[in-house]
Write a protein that binds this ligand. Structure first.
Ligand code: T4K
Length: 367
């Protein structure tokens, strides 16, 4: 896959990772809550100052387990502008997603969009911290307290982001990070449920392992969402370079900020948010994004239209008459540009030139 592609995995300290693989193979302890999983969980807790971390096979299962552990049924309010996994997790946990719109410029759900959707059937709010940014955490926390609703964050994109100087990981009742290969901290696959609630963490850990409470005892209907040792070792090795990863991402983001054409509006973060800078998202003029993406691809630049369409527009989630204006607009205009540890300033210049020419070509043909 070309260096100029969205989603290129961050791989740090290959030599140490290979040494760890050797160690895993030698020990023959491959999975089932092994030492690398425990080490990863402990490192996450101490780095992000959160009491409990439950490592899981991926963030989708993490969200599903979390909702099950909270015994969420009925309706869960969630934004439509997200990866489809957020809604799938709600459905698979046995609840119904109720989609709300997102606000600009954060592209996250805000209190004024969530509150009108709250009814007697609402049982939780599942907000999404998108593109390394964050929701308005303060107002969502007040909203959840006012309506006595559990507040969960899908923070798949936001590991390594800070709010008012505090790392994400301990906001709401719980957060879920993703360790997928395309994410900021890559564990090939993987996810992390983080919470300050000990009982909740214990329940999630049980559900992750078939609800085994002893060799011969099963306390409920669990699943298999365990993270293997190799995945944990990869995530741990990358996590040990978190500052370096953020610094490089910030440099790339800065380069884009300087070089992007005016027609491509770079997504802005709130001043309280210090993102992980893993995503460079631009909004293009209406009705040209798909052609621009195609034209860029022809020149070797693989940009991606995350997220299209809004989840409420997929057949399996379509709700009669539901219109979410901002979601529907940004889903037509957002384009994620290549980032990552091996991208150079020269690459960013090339992407920006390609983007500029592609936009100009498309707009010229239109006139
Ligand atoms: N919530 C949100 C908001 C999410 O975005 C996601 C996942 C989740 C929850 C669930 O998290 P997990 O259950 O996955 O832990 C990818 C990922 O599969 C998915 O993790 C991610 N979000 C989603 C946004 O994107 P695809 O189908 O777009 O990936 P794919 O294979 O098309 O790859 C994208 C680009 O990355 C390609 O240009 C190639 C490059 N790539 C990808 C992989 C996997 C590589 O260069 N190497 C690789 O190994 O879904």
């Amino acid at each position: 896959m070309s260096r100029l592609s969205v989603g290129r995995p961050n791989v740090m300290n290959k030599a140490l990772f290979m040494q760890r693989v050797e160690q895993i193979l030698e020990s023959k302890y491959l999975t089932n809550d092994g030492p690398f999983v425990k080490n990863l969980e402990n490192q996450i807790c101490s780095l992000f100052e959160v009491r409990h971390c439950v490592a899981v096979a991926n963030a989708t299962l993490g969200l599903e387990i979390l909702l099950s552990a909270l015994k969420i049924k009925g309706e869960v309010i969630t934004p439509s502008f997200t990866f489809v996994a957020t809604a799938h997790a709600i459905k698979r946990a046995g609840a119904e997603p109720v989609f709300c719109d997102v606000s600009l410029p954060s592209l996250c759900a805000s209190r004024d969009l969530i509150e009108p959707k709250i009814t007697a059937r609402t049982s939780a709010i599942l907000a999404v911290n998108l593109y390394g940014g964050l929701c308005d955490l303060q107002s969502l926390s007040e909203l959840s307290a006012k309506h006595k609703l559990p507040l969960i964050y899908d923070s798949a994109h936001s590991l390594g982001t800070k709010w008012k100087g505090r790392w994400t990981g301990s906001f709401g009742d719980a957060e879920v990070f993703s360790l997928h290969g395309t994410k900021f901290i890559n564990g090939f696959e993987g996810g992390l449920i983080v919470t300050n609630n000990g009982q909740l963490a214990q329940q999630c850990a049980l559900l992750r392992n078939f609800c085994f409470t002893g060799y011969d005892q099963v306390s409920g209907i669990g699943t298999n969402a365990k993270l293997s040792e190799i995945h944990a070792a990869m995530a741990l090795t990358n996590l040990e370079h978190i500052d370096e990863l953020i610094a490089k991402n910030k440099e790339v983001y800065g380069c884009y900020k300087r070089l992007l054409p005016d027609e491509a509006q770079l997504m802005q973060y709130d001043c309280d948010v210090e993102p992980n800078y893993q995503y460079v998202v631009v909004m293009l003029p209406p009705h040209c994004r798909d052609e621009v993406q195609e034209a860029m691809l022809k020149r070797g630049v693989f940009a991606r239209k995350y997220f299209y369409p809004g989840v409420h527009q997929f057949d399996c989630y379509r709700q009669n008459g539901l219109v979410l204006a901002v979601t529907e607009d940004v889903a037509q205009r957002a384009l994620c540009l290549p980032t990552g540890q091996d991208i150079t300033e020269h690459d960013v210049r090339f992407v920006c030139t390609t983007l500029t020419e592609a936009v100009e070509d498309v707009l010229r043909v239109r006139q």
